[in-house]
Design a protein around this ligand. Structure first.
Ligand code: SAM
Ligand code: SF4
Ligand code: SF4
Length: 379
Protein backbone atom coordinates (compact mmCIF):
# COMPACT_ATOMS: atom_id res chain seq x y z
CA UNK A 1 0.00 0.00 0.00
CA UNK A 2 1.79 3.06 -1.19
CA UNK A 3 -0.62 5.98 -1.37
CA UNK A 4 -0.02 8.79 1.08
CA UNK A 5 -2.97 9.98 3.06
CA UNK A 6 -3.55 13.68 2.79
CA UNK A 7 -6.35 14.48 5.18
CA UNK A 8 -8.64 17.10 3.69
CA UNK A 9 -10.50 19.24 6.11
CA UNK A 10 -14.10 19.50 5.05
CA UNK A 11 -15.18 22.62 6.88
CA UNK A 12 -18.88 22.21 6.18
CA UNK A 13 -19.07 18.83 7.92
CA UNK A 14 -16.45 19.53 10.56
CA UNK A 15 -14.84 16.23 9.68
CA UNK A 16 -11.98 14.89 7.63
CA UNK A 17 -12.74 13.38 4.27
CA UNK A 18 -11.77 9.72 4.20
CA UNK A 19 -9.21 9.03 1.48
CA UNK A 20 -10.33 6.81 -1.37
CA UNK A 21 -7.85 4.39 -2.91
CA UNK A 22 -9.01 3.14 -6.26
CA UNK A 23 -6.48 0.27 -6.36
CA UNK A 24 -6.34 -0.75 -2.74
CA UNK A 25 -5.02 -4.22 -2.02
CA UNK A 26 -7.27 -6.64 -0.13
CA UNK A 27 -7.04 -6.50 3.69
CA UNK A 28 -4.45 -8.93 5.05
CA UNK A 29 -5.52 -9.03 8.70
CA UNK A 30 -2.71 -6.70 9.70
CA UNK A 31 -2.38 -2.98 9.22
CA UNK A 32 0.20 -0.91 11.09
CA UNK A 33 0.04 2.77 11.89
CA UNK A 34 2.88 5.28 11.63
CA UNK A 35 4.24 4.11 15.00
CA UNK A 36 3.97 0.41 14.03
CA UNK A 37 0.89 -0.22 16.15
CA UNK A 38 -1.60 -2.78 14.77
CA UNK A 39 -5.35 -2.18 14.63
CA UNK A 40 -6.96 -4.63 17.05
CA UNK A 41 -9.69 -2.95 19.01
CA UNK A 42 -12.74 -1.06 17.72
CA UNK A 43 -15.00 0.96 19.99
CA UNK A 44 -18.33 1.81 18.49
CA UNK A 45 -20.51 4.52 19.93
CA UNK A 46 -24.17 3.74 19.26
CA UNK A 47 -25.75 6.85 20.74
CA UNK A 48 -24.68 10.27 21.98
CA UNK A 49 -27.53 10.32 24.52
CA UNK A 50 -27.45 9.31 28.15
CA UNK A 51 -29.86 9.12 31.08
CA UNK A 52 -27.06 10.14 33.52
CA UNK A 53 -25.31 13.48 33.81
CA UNK A 54 -21.97 12.44 35.37
CA UNK A 55 -20.24 15.71 36.10
CA UNK A 56 -16.94 14.52 34.58
CA UNK A 57 -18.60 13.52 31.31
CA UNK A 58 -21.93 15.24 30.58
CA UNK A 59 -22.23 18.13 33.03
CA UNK A 60 -25.84 19.28 33.35
CA UNK A 61 -25.00 22.89 32.65
CA UNK A 62 -23.87 21.94 29.13
CA UNK A 63 -26.01 18.90 28.40
CA UNK A 64 -29.27 20.60 29.32
CA UNK A 65 -32.72 20.42 27.73
CA UNK A 66 -31.60 22.65 24.87
CA UNK A 67 -28.60 20.51 23.97
CA UNK A 68 -28.75 19.38 20.34
CA UNK A 69 -28.20 15.66 20.06
CA UNK A 70 -27.63 14.03 16.71
CA UNK A 71 -30.83 13.49 14.71
CA UNK A 72 -31.71 9.84 14.08
CA UNK A 73 -31.06 10.17 10.35
CA UNK A 74 -27.43 10.98 10.94
CA UNK A 75 -26.73 7.87 13.03
CA UNK A 76 -25.28 4.88 11.26
CA UNK A 77 -27.93 2.17 10.92
CA UNK A 78 -27.13 -1.26 12.35
CA UNK A 79 -26.48 -2.56 8.84
CA UNK A 80 -24.08 0.32 8.18
CA UNK A 81 -22.25 -0.24 11.47
CA UNK A 82 -21.89 -3.94 10.72
CA UNK A 83 -20.65 -3.29 7.23
CA UNK A 84 -17.98 -0.89 8.50
CA UNK A 85 -17.08 -3.23 11.37
CA UNK A 86 -16.60 -6.10 8.91
CA UNK A 87 -13.87 -4.11 7.15
CA UNK A 88 -12.17 -3.38 10.46
CA UNK A 89 -12.22 -7.08 11.30
CA UNK A 90 -10.66 -7.86 7.93
CA UNK A 91 -7.83 -5.52 8.96
CA UNK A 92 -7.20 -7.36 12.22
CA UNK A 93 -9.72 -6.08 14.75
CA UNK A 94 -10.40 -8.84 17.28
CA UNK A 95 -12.36 -6.98 19.89
CA UNK A 96 -15.40 -4.72 19.58
CA UNK A 97 -16.78 -2.68 22.42
CA UNK A 98 -20.13 -0.91 22.16
CA UNK A 99 -20.33 2.32 24.04
CA UNK A 100 -21.95 5.76 23.97
CA UNK A 101 -23.52 7.84 25.57
CA UNK A 102 -25.46 5.05 27.18
CA UNK A 103 -25.48 2.20 24.63
CA UNK A 104 -28.50 0.49 26.14
CA UNK A 105 -30.58 3.54 25.23
CA UNK A 106 -30.16 2.73 21.54
CA UNK A 107 -33.39 1.03 20.57
CA UNK A 108 -33.01 -2.67 19.75
CA UNK A 109 -29.23 -2.60 20.26
CA UNK A 110 -29.42 -6.39 20.58
CA UNK A 111 -30.08 -6.59 16.83
CA UNK A 112 -26.74 -4.90 16.22
CA UNK A 113 -25.08 -7.27 18.68
CA UNK A 114 -26.51 -10.23 16.80
CA UNK A 115 -25.05 -8.92 13.55
CA UNK A 116 -21.64 -8.21 15.07
CA UNK A 117 -21.56 -11.59 16.80
CA UNK A 118 -21.77 -13.25 13.40
CA UNK A 119 -18.53 -11.62 12.18
CA UNK A 120 -15.39 -13.77 12.01
CA UNK A 121 -11.72 -12.81 11.97
CA UNK A 122 -9.62 -13.79 8.92
CA UNK A 123 -8.59 -16.84 10.99
CA UNK A 124 -12.25 -17.78 11.47
CA UNK A 125 -12.41 -16.76 15.15
CA UNK A 126 -15.33 -15.11 16.90
CA UNK A 127 -14.78 -11.57 18.10
CA UNK A 128 -14.52 -10.57 21.72
CA UNK A 129 -17.77 -8.61 21.92
CA UNK A 130 -18.34 -6.38 24.89
CA UNK A 131 -20.26 -3.29 26.01
CA UNK A 132 -19.72 -0.51 28.54
CA UNK A 133 -22.83 0.65 30.38
CA UNK A 134 -23.90 2.70 33.37
CA UNK A 135 -25.91 -0.35 34.40
CA UNK A 136 -29.25 1.41 34.75
CA UNK A 137 -30.99 -0.79 32.16
CA UNK A 138 -29.04 -3.98 32.73
CA UNK A 139 -31.66 -5.76 34.82
CA UNK A 140 -34.06 -5.31 31.93
CA UNK A 141 -31.65 -6.15 29.13
CA UNK A 142 -28.93 -8.53 30.38
CA UNK A 143 -30.60 -11.74 29.18
CA UNK A 144 -31.51 -10.44 25.75
CA UNK A 145 -27.97 -9.07 25.28
CA UNK A 146 -26.46 -12.44 26.18
CA UNK A 147 -28.85 -14.27 23.88
CA UNK A 148 -27.90 -11.92 21.05
CA UNK A 149 -24.24 -12.94 21.42
CA UNK A 150 -22.69 -10.36 23.75
CA UNK A 151 -19.77 -11.89 25.68
CA UNK A 152 -19.20 -9.50 28.56
CA UNK A 153 -20.11 -6.15 30.06
CA UNK A 154 -18.21 -3.43 31.83
CA UNK A 155 -20.34 -1.46 34.27
CA UNK A 156 -19.46 2.02 35.48
CA UNK A 157 -20.02 2.71 39.17
CA UNK A 158 -18.31 5.53 41.02
CA UNK A 159 -18.90 4.42 44.60
CA UNK A 160 -21.10 2.51 47.01
CA UNK A 161 -22.16 5.46 49.09
CA UNK A 162 -25.60 6.32 47.78
CA UNK A 163 -25.40 10.06 48.41
CA UNK A 164 -22.02 10.37 46.68
CA UNK A 165 -23.11 8.26 43.70
CA UNK A 166 -26.40 10.13 43.28
CA UNK A 167 -24.49 13.40 43.30
CA UNK A 168 -21.96 12.14 40.75
CA UNK A 169 -24.51 10.80 38.26
CA UNK A 170 -26.49 14.00 38.94
CA UNK A 171 -29.85 12.40 38.15
CA UNK A 172 -30.35 10.93 41.62
CA UNK A 173 -29.86 7.36 40.42
CA UNK A 174 -29.41 4.90 43.32
CA UNK A 175 -26.42 2.59 43.80
CA UNK A 176 -28.75 -0.34 44.57
CA UNK A 177 -30.15 -0.39 41.04
CA UNK A 178 -26.68 -0.52 39.47
CA UNK A 179 -25.69 -3.34 41.82
CA UNK A 180 -28.88 -5.12 40.81
CA UNK A 181 -27.93 -4.63 37.14
CA UNK A 182 -24.51 -6.17 37.83
CA UNK A 183 -26.20 -9.13 39.47
CA UNK A 184 -28.49 -9.53 36.45
CA UNK A 185 -25.46 -9.51 34.17
CA UNK A 186 -23.81 -12.19 36.32
CA UNK A 187 -26.94 -14.31 36.25
CA UNK A 188 -27.11 -14.00 32.47
CA UNK A 189 -23.47 -15.14 32.12
CA UNK A 190 -22.10 -11.82 30.87
CA UNK A 191 -18.86 -12.27 32.74
CA UNK A 192 -16.18 -11.83 33.78
CA UNK A 193 -17.70 -8.48 34.65
CA UNK A 194 -15.57 -5.41 35.08
CA UNK A 195 -16.64 -2.41 37.10
CA UNK A 196 -15.08 0.95 36.25
CA UNK A 197 -14.81 3.63 38.89
CA UNK A 198 -13.54 7.06 37.92
CA UNK A 199 -11.65 8.48 40.89
CA UNK A 200 -11.98 12.21 41.34
CA UNK A 201 -9.98 13.62 44.22
CA UNK A 202 -12.16 15.59 46.58
CA UNK A 203 -15.29 13.85 45.29
CA UNK A 204 -15.18 10.08 45.70
CA UNK A 205 -11.75 8.87 46.80
CA UNK A 206 -13.26 7.67 50.07
CA UNK A 207 -15.12 5.08 47.97
CA UNK A 208 -11.95 3.29 46.81
CA UNK A 209 -11.66 0.90 49.76
CA UNK A 210 -15.39 0.11 50.08
CA UNK A 211 -15.54 -0.68 46.35
CA UNK A 212 -12.43 -2.87 46.46
CA UNK A 213 -13.70 -4.68 49.54
CA UNK A 214 -17.22 -5.16 48.18
CA UNK A 215 -16.12 -6.85 44.96
CA UNK A 216 -13.08 -8.76 46.29
CA UNK A 217 -13.69 -12.48 45.92
CA UNK A 218 -16.87 -12.07 43.81
CA UNK A 219 -15.34 -12.61 40.37
CA UNK A 220 -16.07 -8.97 39.47
CA UNK A 221 -12.92 -6.98 38.64
CA UNK A 222 -12.94 -3.36 39.79
CA UNK A 223 -10.78 -0.93 37.85
CA UNK A 224 -9.98 2.51 39.17
CA UNK A 225 -9.68 5.05 36.39
CA UNK A 226 -7.76 8.29 36.59
CA UNK A 227 -10.02 11.23 35.91
CA UNK A 228 -9.10 12.32 32.38
CA UNK A 229 -9.04 15.58 30.51
CA UNK A 230 -11.31 14.32 27.75
CA UNK A 231 -13.70 16.71 26.08
CA UNK A 232 -13.89 20.38 26.81
CA UNK A 233 -16.81 20.68 29.17
CA UNK A 234 -15.87 18.98 32.43
CA UNK A 235 -13.53 21.67 33.77
CA UNK A 236 -10.76 19.13 34.33
CA UNK A 237 -7.95 20.07 36.72
CA UNK A 238 -4.80 18.11 37.44
CA UNK A 239 -5.25 18.48 41.18
CA UNK A 240 -8.47 16.45 40.93
CA UNK A 241 -6.60 13.49 39.44
CA UNK A 242 -5.68 10.83 41.96
CA UNK A 243 -2.69 8.94 40.55
CA UNK A 244 -3.19 5.17 40.27
CA UNK A 245 -0.03 4.56 42.27
CA UNK A 246 -1.69 6.29 45.22
CA UNK A 247 -4.89 4.28 44.73
CA UNK A 248 -2.98 1.00 44.75
CA UNK A 249 -0.83 1.96 47.74
CA UNK A 250 -4.01 2.72 49.63
CA UNK A 251 -5.59 -0.64 48.75
CA UNK A 252 -2.38 -2.54 49.46
CA UNK A 253 -2.30 -1.21 53.04
CA UNK A 254 -5.46 -3.09 53.98
CA UNK A 255 -5.73 -5.75 51.25
CA UNK A 256 -2.25 -6.76 50.04
CA UNK A 257 -1.86 -7.15 46.28
CA UNK A 258 0.77 -8.53 43.92
CA UNK A 259 1.28 -7.45 40.29
CA UNK A 260 -0.17 -9.63 37.53
CA UNK A 261 0.90 -9.91 33.89
CA UNK A 262 -1.12 -8.12 31.19
CA UNK A 263 -3.46 -10.54 29.43
CA UNK A 264 -3.20 -8.92 26.00
CA UNK A 265 -0.92 -6.44 24.26
CA UNK A 266 -2.37 -2.96 24.30
CA UNK A 267 -4.37 -3.67 27.45
CA UNK A 268 -5.26 -0.40 29.14
CA UNK A 269 -5.44 -1.65 32.73
CA UNK A 270 -2.57 -2.66 34.98
CA UNK A 271 -3.67 -5.73 36.89
CA UNK A 272 -3.08 -6.63 40.54
CA UNK A 273 -4.08 -9.85 42.26
CA UNK A 274 -5.19 -10.01 45.89
CA UNK A 275 -2.70 -11.93 47.97
CA UNK A 276 -3.64 -14.70 50.39
CA UNK A 277 -2.05 -15.32 53.80
CA UNK A 278 1.11 -16.69 52.09
CA UNK A 279 1.65 -13.39 50.25
CA UNK A 280 1.02 -15.04 46.86
CA UNK A 281 -1.80 -14.25 44.45
CA UNK A 282 -4.96 -16.04 45.55
CA UNK A 283 -7.25 -16.48 42.50
CA UNK A 284 -10.26 -17.02 44.76
CA UNK A 285 -9.88 -13.41 45.92
CA UNK A 286 -9.63 -12.18 42.36
CA UNK A 287 -8.01 -9.09 40.98
CA UNK A 288 -8.24 -5.33 40.80
CA UNK A 289 -6.92 -2.96 38.17
CA UNK A 290 -6.00 0.63 37.48
CA UNK A 291 -6.19 2.63 34.29
CA UNK A 292 -3.57 5.33 34.51
CA UNK A 293 -4.35 7.35 31.43
CA UNK A 294 -2.96 10.52 32.96
CA UNK A 295 0.10 9.50 34.98
CA UNK A 296 1.31 6.60 32.82
CA UNK A 297 0.61 6.96 29.16
CA UNK A 298 -0.01 3.71 27.31
CA UNK A 299 0.08 5.19 23.83
CA UNK A 300 3.05 3.12 22.69
CA UNK A 301 0.89 0.05 22.14
CA UNK A 302 -2.50 1.71 21.69
CA UNK A 303 -4.34 -0.40 19.13
CA UNK A 304 -7.77 1.21 19.47
CA UNK A 305 -9.90 2.94 16.85
CA UNK A 306 -13.17 4.67 17.65
CA UNK A 307 -16.23 4.92 15.45
CA UNK A 308 -18.66 7.66 16.41
CA UNK A 309 -22.43 7.34 16.32
CA UNK A 310 -22.53 9.15 12.98
CA UNK A 311 -19.74 7.15 11.41
CA UNK A 312 -16.64 9.24 11.99
CA UNK A 313 -13.44 7.37 12.66
CA UNK A 314 -11.30 8.79 15.47
CA UNK A 315 -7.74 7.66 15.96
CA UNK A 316 -7.38 8.82 19.56
CA UNK A 317 -9.66 9.60 22.48
CA UNK A 318 -8.21 13.08 22.46
CA UNK A 319 -8.59 13.75 18.74
CA UNK A 320 -10.75 16.67 17.76
CA UNK A 321 -11.64 15.50 14.30
CA UNK A 322 -12.64 12.22 12.78
CA UNK A 323 -12.67 10.77 9.28
CA UNK A 324 -16.09 10.61 7.73
CA UNK A 325 -16.77 6.98 6.85
CA UNK A 326 -20.52 7.54 6.62
CA UNK A 327 -19.96 9.70 3.58
CA UNK A 328 -18.22 6.76 1.90
CA UNK A 329 -20.84 4.25 3.00
CA UNK A 330 -23.75 6.38 1.84
CA UNK A 331 -21.90 7.59 -1.23
CA UNK A 332 -21.84 4.13 -2.77
CA UNK A 333 -18.25 3.08 -1.97
CA UNK A 334 -17.83 -0.67 -2.30
CA UNK A 335 -16.22 -2.83 0.40
CA UNK A 336 -12.78 -2.62 -1.23
CA UNK A 337 -12.88 1.18 -1.21
CA UNK A 338 -14.09 1.22 2.38
CA UNK A 339 -11.37 -1.19 3.50
CA UNK A 340 -8.79 0.80 1.55
CA UNK A 341 -9.85 4.03 3.24
CA UNK A 342 -9.64 2.48 6.70
CA UNK A 343 -6.15 1.14 5.95
CA UNK A 344 -4.97 4.49 4.61
CA UNK A 345 -6.31 6.34 7.64
CA UNK A 346 -4.75 3.89 10.10
CA UNK A 347 -1.41 3.92 8.28
CA UNK A 348 -1.32 7.69 8.65
CA UNK A 349 -1.92 7.55 12.40
CA UNK A 350 0.68 9.01 14.73
CA UNK A 351 -1.53 9.98 17.68
CA UNK A 352 -0.06 9.70 21.17
CA UNK A 353 -1.74 12.43 23.14
CA UNK A 354 -1.21 11.02 26.65
CA UNK A 355 2.50 10.66 26.03
CA UNK A 356 2.70 14.25 24.84
CA UNK A 357 0.59 15.46 27.74
CA UNK A 358 3.19 14.06 30.12
CA UNK A 359 5.64 16.68 28.90
CA UNK A 360 3.19 19.59 29.08
CA UNK A 361 3.28 22.00 32.01
CA UNK A 362 0.59 21.22 34.63
CA UNK A 363 -2.89 22.20 33.54
CA UNK A 364 -1.84 23.17 30.04
CA UNK A 365 -3.56 19.96 28.94
CA UNK A 366 -6.85 21.33 30.18
CA UNK A 367 -6.48 24.26 27.84
CA UNK A 368 -5.07 22.46 24.84
CA UNK A 369 -7.81 23.00 22.32
CA UNK A 370 -11.18 21.64 21.26
CA UNK A 371 -11.70 17.96 21.76
CA UNK A 372 -14.55 15.57 21.26
CA UNK A 373 -16.69 14.70 24.24
CA UNK A 374 -16.47 11.30 25.90
CA UNK A 375 -20.26 10.98 25.65
CA UNK A 376 -19.95 11.32 21.87
CA UNK A 377 -17.09 8.94 21.29
CA UNK A 378 -17.35 6.62 24.29
CA UNK A 379 -14.67 5.30 26.62
N1 SAM B 1 -22.49 5.40 29.58
C1 SAM B 1 -21.64 4.28 29.63
C2 SAM B 1 -20.91 4.22 30.95
O1 SAM B 1 -20.89 5.21 31.67
O2 SAM B 1 -20.35 3.15 31.23
C3 SAM B 1 -20.65 4.19 28.49
C4 SAM B 1 -20.00 5.46 28.01
S1 SAM B 1 -18.92 6.25 29.18
C5 SAM B 1 -18.41 7.66 28.26
C6 SAM B 1 -17.53 5.14 29.18
C7 SAM B 1 -16.60 5.24 30.34
O3 SAM B 1 -15.93 6.47 30.30
C8 SAM B 1 -17.26 5.16 31.70
O4 SAM B 1 -16.67 4.13 32.46
C9 SAM B 1 -16.95 6.51 32.32
O5 SAM B 1 -16.83 6.44 33.70
C10 SAM B 1 -15.69 6.90 31.62
N2 SAM B 1 -15.44 8.34 31.64
C11 SAM B 1 -16.24 9.34 31.20
N3 SAM B 1 -15.65 10.54 31.37
C12 SAM B 1 -14.44 10.30 31.93
C13 SAM B 1 -13.36 11.13 32.36
N4 SAM B 1 -13.40 12.46 32.26
N5 SAM B 1 -12.27 10.53 32.88
C14 SAM B 1 -12.20 9.18 33.00
N6 SAM B 1 -13.18 8.34 32.60
C15 SAM B 1 -14.29 8.90 32.09
FE1 SF4 C 1 -23.53 8.88 30.72
FE2 SF4 C 1 -21.53 7.17 30.86
FE3 SF4 C 1 -21.05 9.76 30.50
FE4 SF4 C 1 -21.97 8.99 32.83
S1 SF4 C 1 -20.01 8.42 31.92
S2 SF4 C 1 -22.73 10.73 31.63
S3 SF4 C 1 -23.26 7.32 32.27
S4 SF4 C 1 -22.06 8.45 29.08
FE1 SF4 D 1 -4.42 5.78 22.54
FE2 SF4 D 1 -4.73 8.41 22.28
FE3 SF4 D 1 -5.13 7.25 24.65
FE4 SF4 D 1 -2.65 7.47 23.66
S1 SF4 D 1 -3.98 9.14 24.25
S2 SF4 D 1 -3.55 5.65 24.62
S3 SF4 D 1 -3.06 7.19 21.45
S4 SF4 D 1 -6.33 6.91 22.77
Amino acid sequence: MTDRVIPLLDESRQGLRAPVRPHATAPSGLVLDGLKRPLRDLRISVTDRCNFRCSYCMPKEVFDKDYQYLPHSSLLSFEEVTRVARQFVAHGVQKIRLTGGEPLLRKNVEILIEQLAALRTPEGQKLDLTLTTNGSLLRKKARVLKDAGLDRVTVSLDGLNDAIFRRMNDVDFPVADVLDGIEAAQEAGLGPIKVNMVVKRGTNEQEILPMARHFRGTGVVVRFIEYMDVGATNGWRMDEVMPSAEVMAHINESMPVVPLEATAPGETAQRWGYAGADGQYDPSLGEVGVISSVTQAFCSDCNRARLSTEGKLYLCLFAHQGYDLRELVRGGADDAALAGAIAAIWEGRADRYSQLRASMPPDQAAKSGRRIEMSYIGG
